[in-house]
Design a protein around this ligand. Structure first.
Ligand SMILES: [Mg+2]
Length: 238
């Protein structure tokens, strides 16, 4: 799918590694949920495909008896613990304010759970039109339904949106949804890795995102973020 050009109307941000530093120990998380499954009599190899949430869903379909719910509780405990040590990047609040002042709708989507994200960013809902952590959607990224649900709530089509994330899964999700993709190297993957995954742009971090989008010609002809006088318009906000 070729990259749409033209003016953007919405920014969809990933959270962990993009707007905040959250060092979740995924290996420990995986060991914990696998140990629970073995304890419940799960035999054979652990599923190789997908990420941990998808693997847990697969094991849960075979084990039943509340395994999935218990495994999710363990995952959430690890996420909450990581959030207690996490921090929002210094540029995050100013960036989100600047974007909304420039008339761009903003969504934040994550495979992380809402309570962990709110622990790092308690005022998140005041900084975006749509907040969609994993419990807010039926299927999380890489399912394109995750950003598309957020965009539907914002009233913006995917061709006028960009997804900004720190992981190849974000780039893959953006492509599948028909959005533009910006990679940021503030997480675990470098710029080369993000470009190799198909990102249109790869930045060190999202601090100068709006300037980068403007130089690409994606914010229209004017420097929307430097001469803004109107209040932000946010469909979907009360
Ligand atoms: Mg991330």
């Amino acid at each position: 799918m070729s990259t749409p050009e033209g003016r953007l109307r919405a920014l969809i941000f990933d959270f962990d590694g993009t707007l905040a530093e959250l060092n979740i120990d995924f290996a420990a998380m995986r060991q914990t949920v696998e140990a629970l499954a073995r304890d419940r009599g799960f035999a054979g190899p652990w599923p190789a495909a997908g990420y941990l949430l998808e693997q847990v869903a697969e094991v849960s379909a075979r084990l039943g008896n509340g395994y999935g719910r218990q495994a999710l509780e363990l995952i959430e405990a690890v996420e909450l613990e990581a959030a207690a040590r996490g921090r929002l990047f210094a540029f995050t609040r100013p960036l989100l304010v600047q974007a909304q002042q420039a008339g761009l709708a903003v969504a934040i989507i994550s495979r992380n759970c809402g309570p962990a994200i709110r622990r790092v960013f308690p005022d998140i809902e005041r900084h975006c039109g749509v907040f969609a952590p994993r419990e807010a959607v039926p299927r999380v990224k890489p399912d394109p339904g995750h950003p598309l649900t957020a965009l539907a709530a914002l009233g913006v089509g995917p061709e006028a949106a960009v997804l900004i994330g720190d992981h190849p899964v974000d780039i893959q999700t953006a492509r599948a949804a028909g959005c533009r993709a910006v990679g940021v190297a503030s997480g675990r993957v470098d710029r080369a890795g993000l470009l190799a995954a198909g990102a249109d742009l790869a930045l060190n971090d999202a601090a100068n995102l709006l300037e980068a989008l403007a130089s690409r010609g994606w914010l229209g002809s004017r420097l929307a973020f430097s001469d803004q006088i109107e209040p932000p318009k946010q469909p979907g906000r009360g």
